[in-house]
Design a protein around this ligand. Structure first.
Ligand code: KIV
Length: 265
C-alpha cells in the first residue's frame, strides 16, 4: 500500500501506517484495542498498543444502544476528538458510522470530518459493494482500514451475529472482497467472526495485515473491544473474549464499601 502524497493526508498517518505494514513484513503481531475517551486512550498508549480504534462499538458499550446502527457522525466526532487529545503514538483509526458513506461524495465528506477531529485512518464495513466510496477517500490520501466478515452495521438485515466463511461460496466472496480492498489501497483489513480455518488463507493471500476479532489466531494482529477485555461491560461478554479484569465487579464492590462506610459514619 502506498500513501498518495496529498495535502489531505492526516498528520502522522504515513509513518504510523508504514509501521503497521512493516510489522506484517517482520511477522510481528499487531495489537489493536478500542478507545472512546481520553483516559483510556492514554492508558492504552502507555501500555504500548499499536492501534487505537474509536470503534462504533461505542454505541453498545458506552452509549447504551442495542447495536451500532444508532451511532452518528456527531457521536464519532465527539469521541475521536477525546482520543486524539491523548496524542497516542499508535495509529488512530475511526469507524465511519452507519449510513455515513452511502455515496462516494458522502464518504469523502464524512472521512474528512473524522480526520479534522483527529483520526489518522478511517474504517468502513464492506468490500466490493463500497469500492467507489473507498476509492474516493483513498484518492485524497486518507488511509483506510477495511472490515470484512460479520459486519455489525448489517445487523438489522442479518438478524444476528454469526460466523462467516463456513461455506465455499462465502469463502470465495470474502477472498474477492479482501483482494479488491487491497488492490484499491487499504492499509489493513479487520476480519470479524470469520471461520478460523479460513483466516490463514486470506492472511497469506494479502500483503497488507489482517486484524482478527473472533476469527482465530492466524491473523497478523488482533483487535478487541477494550470493555470486553477489561470486564467493564459485565452484562455481556462475547464468546471469543476471556476478560483479563473484572472492572465492573470491582467498581460495584468499591462503591458498595464507600456507601456502607458513609452510612455508618
Ligand atoms: O466498532 C468496533 O469496535 C469494531 C471492532 C469490533 C473491530 O469495529
Amino acid at each position: 500500500m502506498v500513501l498518495k502524497s496529498d495535502k489531505e493526508e492526516p498528520e502522522g498517518a504515513r509513518a504510523a501506517v508504514e509501521k503497521i505494514l512493516n510489522m506484517k513484513k517482520r511477522g510481528e503481531k499487531i495489537s489493536a484495542l478500542t478507545a472512546y475517551d481520553y483516559p483510556m486512550a492514554r492508558l492504552l498508549d502507555e501500555a504500548g498498543v499499536d492501534i487505537l480504534l474509536v470503534g462504533d462499538s461505542l454505541g453498545n458499550v458506552v452509549l447504551g444502544f442495542p447495536d451500532t446502527t444508532h451511532v452518528t457522525m456527531e457521536h464519532m466526532i465527539h469521541h475521536v476528538g477525546a482520543v486524539a487529545r491523548a496524542h497516542p503514538k499508535g495509529l488512530l483509526i475511526a469507524d465511519m458510522p452507519y449510513r455515513s458513506y452511502e455515496t462516494p461524495e458522502e464518504a469523502l465528506r464524512n472521512a474528512r470530518r473524522l480526520v479534522e477531529a483527529g483520526a489518522q485512518c478511517v474504517k468502513l464495513e464492506g468490500g466490493r459493494a463500497i469500492l467507489p466510496q473507498v476509492e474516493a477517500i483513498l484518492e485524497k490520501g486518507i488511509p483506510i482500514c477495511g472490515h470484512l466478515g460479520m459486519l455489525p452495521q448489517h445487523i438489522l438485515v442479518e438478524g444476528g451475529y454469526r460466523i462467516k466463511g463456513k461455506v465455499e461460496a462465502e469463502q470465495a466472496a470474502l477472498m474477492e472482497d479482501a483482494l479488491a480492498l487491497e488492490k484499491a489501497g487499504v492499509m489493513a483489513i479487520v476480519l470479524e467472526l470469520v471461520q478460523k480455518d479460513f483466516t490463514p488463507k486470506i492472511t497469506a493471500a494479502l500483503k497488507i495485515p489482517t486484524i482478527g476479532i473472533g476469527s482465530g489466531t492466524a491473523c497478523d494482529g488482533q483487535v478487541l473491544v477494550t470493555h470486553d477485555l477489561t470486564g467493564a461491560f459485565p452484562w455481556f461478554t462475547p464468546r471469543h473474549v476471556k476478560p483479563a479484569l473484572q472492572t465492573g465487579a470491582d467498581i460495584r464492590r468499591a462503591v458498595q464499601d464507600w456507601v456502607a462506610s458513609l452510612k455508618q459514619s
